[in-house]
Design a protein around this ligand. Structure first.
Ligand SMILES: *Cc1c(COP(=O)(O)O)cnc(C)c1O
Length: 597
């Protein structure tokens, strides 16, 4: 029999000819695994999405259950056996039954979520990890359906508005002119940092440096408390990690010491060493420190770079701090959202501190930190977009034409750019608006305030960062008969209490490990009625500050360990905090019983 030719493979109704070669029959099956190009009823994608999300949601617990996905016991609480991954092979399928394969693939995908922490759970408070809102989830999912590529307008059309409008909204919040400012979504706070550093290098060393390479030993000035992704950026840009100069911070507030900064800048000025960038952290991840950008700007004017180099660049790492900008015009006197009076000064303080962003050259904002959007979702905002574009543009490619007036792929780090981050960020801004952000930020401070008040009432517990009103509460637990506050004050101040400090540091670490173990096991407790019956998901810090007699940290043991509560979600309530207090004591009793010393 003569083989069918290409134009004979398909029947009029679109089905495959019964004598078609095997590849065409396989393809006919595979088509079922793609959304239809046309309207169809029922809609395959919609059916599968509904089924898939339903399966995924079945991993959630009944009301009040533990703070991870999947039944306790359905995964190894000690951790996944990642070595097994090496056994994976590309499957040999018989595509004759594609529906079944599709279903298995979706079910298997769901299985991978077993054991994952549930960030939206009232007992989740480990770190700056927010749950994503529904508008952002759906908007990001939409990009998976139709794959806009925000490399250029031709491939994304109106989806580009999500990037351009987000940039305009953020520029306005910062206090910049949205006509001249601009922004680009990228892969994280570290991506923003990287953009900032490349922009800074190019401004200071000139456009030529993009051709000749980085041959000048310019310096990056960043506070000791600045995020460690300073290493990623100096390394990957080729400047080199040795060219970071750490600026000391105030031991109380963790803010960059401006006198120290001036000393360093003056020295570099006299030596003729160019400064590439001064990086201000606008809310450190754990300590809520906001560096003084206005004063840094004054320093930049006072100590210009040597002749032939561009002006030092001020980058603000505001990935955690940016959303406090929404309180800029809040009427603190009339307090329209009716926050507790006691927390108003802290909201005001946070809001005023980040308003100095206006003095920056560029700012990094994470929506997957204090923005309640899914990963990855970060916006790099620059004050002078045209300067950035001019410095960073590349000649186009032969196979891309500039069909619309927006072609960011000519100057972005990425080539293909997912519309998922820009859609998620944009949808979040549109959904929450001023009041939404204000209510969430305020809510978390209210929860922190409640916890701090409760800690102050309990003799065996002490809050160790009472003056810091970010989202982190750090506290220590002591044996039952110890007056925690008095003991902590001694350990903080007196060198002859070092042994006791170290002993109680070990207690914090062991309590934290016990809580982690109980959380992972999904161990059920019978707690008082204001509590959940499961262990909160928390973390701890092995040294959030040195003791008072160890300011230079010359003694690595003279540091303060603390248990950490970092609530980030909208479901945190007073029961979460009551459970935390109960379970910390339960764990302490267990650790003491096991003989921790
Ligand atoms: C998280 C964080 C970063 C890194 O951001 P990613 O989004 O994780 O890449 C940088 N700086 C600060 C202050 C952070 O908290």
């Amino acid at each position: 029999m003569k083989p069918l030719t290409f134009n004979q493979l398909w029947q009029k109704d679109g089905s495959v000819h019964k004598d078609a070669p095997r590849w065409a029959k396989s393809l006919a099956e595979i088509r079922k695994a793609f959304p239809s190009p046309f309207k169809e009823s029922p809609d395959r994608l919609l059916e599968q999405v509904t089924k898939g999300i339903k399966k995924l949601d079945e991993l959630k617990q009944e009301v009040g259950g533990p703070a991870f996905l999947g039944r306790p016991g359905s995964f190894n609480p000690k951790g996944p056996d990642y070595k097994k991954a090496r056994e994976a092979q590309l499957p040999h399928h018989d595509l004759g039954n594609l529906d079944k394969i599709l279903e298995e693939t979706i079910n298997h995908s769901v299985d991978l979520f077993k054991g994952l922490p549930n960030w939206n759970h009232p007992l989740s408070m480990p770190n700056v990890i927010p749950p994503a809102n529904i508008a952002a989830i759906i908007a990001a999912m939409m990009t998976e359906v139709f794959s806009p590529n925000i490399i250029e307008g031709e491939y994304s059309w109106d989806v580009e508005f999500s990037e351009l409008e987000s940039a305009a909204m953020l520029a306005r919040l910062i206090g910049w002119d949205p006509e001249t400012a601009g922004g680009l979504f990228t892969f994280g706070g570290s991506g923003c940092y990287f953009y900032g550093m490349k922009y800074a290098l190019t401004r200071v060393l000139g456009r030529e440096s993009r051709f000749k390479g980085i041959r000048t030993e310019g310096k990056i000035l960043v506070s000791q408390q600045g995020h460690y992704c300073k290493l990623n950026s100096t390394d990957w840009t080729g400047l080199g990690m040795d060219h970071i100069i750490d600026i000391e911070t105030d031991p109380e507030t963790n803010v960059m010491d401006i006198i120290q900064l001036e000393r360093v800048m003056e020295k570099l000025y006299k030596e003729g060493t160019p400064i590439i960038s001064i990086i201000c952290t606008m809310m450190t991840t754990d300590t809520n420190a906001v560096d003084p950008v206005k004063q840094v700007r004054e320093m930049v004017e006072k100590y210009p770079n040597p002749h032939g180099y561009g002006k030092p660049f001020i980058y603000c790492d505001a990935v955690c701090g940016w959303s406090w900008l929404v309180f800029k015009d809040y009427d603190f006197e009339h307090n329209p959202l009716e926050f507790t009076r006691e927390i108003l000064p802290f909201i005001k303080q946070n809001s005023e501190a980040v308003q100095e962003l206006v003095y920056a050259d560029a700012v990094g904002c994470d929506f997957h930190k204090l923005g309640w959007a899914p990963y990855n979702c970060s916006l790099f905002v620059m004050k002078d977009y045209e300067e950035f574009r001019r410095l960073m543009c590349r000649p186009g490619s032969d196979y891309l034409q500039e069909r619309t007036e927006y072609n960011p792929g000519l100057y972005t780090l990425e080539v293909s750019r997912s519309g998922s981050y820009s859609m998620a960020g944009w949808a979040t801004l549109k959904l929450l608006g001023y009041e939404g952000f204000q209510a969430i930020l305020g809510h978390i401070l209210e929860a922190e305030h409640y916890l701090r008040r409760r800690l102050a009432e309990e003799k065996d517990l002490v809050c160790v960062n009472p003056d810091d009103y970010g989202f982190v509460t750090l506290f220590r637990v002591y044996p039952k008969d110890v007056n925690a506050d008095a003991q902590y004050q001694k350990e903080l101040a007196w060198p002859d209490c070092l042994d006791q400090l170290m002993k109680h540091n070990r207690l914090q670490a062991k309590v934290a490990d016990k809580l982690w173990e109980w959380f992972r096991e999904g161990k059920k407790f019978d707690l008082p009625k204001d509590c959940f019956d499961y262990t909160p998901y928390t973390s701890y810090t092995s040294g959030f500050r040195p003791t008072e007699y160890n300011p230079e940290q010359s003694n690595p043991n003279a540091v303060i360990y603390a248990l950490k509560s970092y609530p980030m979600n909208v479901n945190i309530n007073y029961n979460s905090m009551e459970t935390l207090i109960e379970m910390v004591r339960e764990a302490r009793d267990q650790v003491v019983k096991e003989g921790w010393v």
